[in-house]
Design a protein around this ligand. Sequence first.
Ligand SMILES: NC(=O)CC[C@H](N)C(=O)O
Length: 360
Amino acid sequence: MSENSETAYLAIEGGRVVEARSRAPGRTRGELVFTTAYTGYEESLTDPSYEEQVLTFSYPLIGNYGVREERFESDRVHPRGVVARELTDDVAEWLESEGVPAVDHLDTRDLVTGIRDEGAMKCGISAGPDASEEAALEELENCIGMSDHTDIGSQVSIAERTTYNADGDGPRVALVDCGAKGSIVDSLVERDAVVDVLPYDATIADVEHVDPDVLFVSNGPGDPENFTAAEALVEEYVGELPLAGICLGQQVVANALGGGTEKMAFGHRGVNQPVRDLRSGRVVMTTQNHGYTVADPGPLEVTQVNVNDDTPEGLESDELEVITRQYHPEANPGPHDSLDFFDDVLALAGHEKPETTPSA
Ligand SMILES: NC(=O)CC[C@H](N)C(=O)O
């Protein structure tokens, strides 16, 4: 047991234990991943796609512009733990109040290079007055792989349908909430869509009930293969309704249509991932947060690729009226280069495209 209330230990897959400073006490475990984002920490920390992960920031100082609720993407912090070179008091106090253990004053360059070389790995954390190496190792021992969180959707989705902008003049969008970021709903509402947010395990009867013009599968945490209910909806409605998806949504759509997904070594997490549109040749900067990727697009055309590693970033089918993105066009945080994705989705339902896209 530690004498010092500020002590913390991070145990990494393989058994190495790194000493750090506690910024929010407690024990935790999860898949250790990193983001290179240098801004947008409030959005990242409230992004439901980070459920069951321990998030390492490679940018050295996190919290330098405070913590403001209006920038939150959901109503709580989702990573199980937080690691940074230096966390400000504002962020540390916020994480402590949310019961999410956080550590700093460790060599995050070393950690990030390790993840980049060896892939995302399991970890355990013990921080604060009761911290011990043994506790961190015990957490590591009890950590299961991301794909083994088979019911992760229930941890992040809403329990009941919620309708936004019920009086809107635009198309009606059924958004399957696999852990949806708030700004995806906002981006649709800004364009006057009526948005029915449905639970991750919504049934065909639930969709029939809202009678949407578009079926949209949201982002979400973990392995897309665990979202079988959403897959079943895509199978049911392909060819009948326009289909859209963001991040996990793209992966679920590909799986449902006979394609396939796989886990990446360390994923893409950051706000400057370059993406090339193969139809126009244009390169845009994008915000990303994913650890799985589409390995086989099935009947869909790969219309956009990542410039760094050629992984599919956009899938489309004009015939089936499908349009999906692996990155986050809603841009919270992030470059606003791809906000017109939402105009393209609503255009599939006959909504006129604006001359200039509304900005977030
Ligand atoms: N942001 C997301 O939707 C993440 C998708 C999926 N959980 C992945 O890690 O690849």
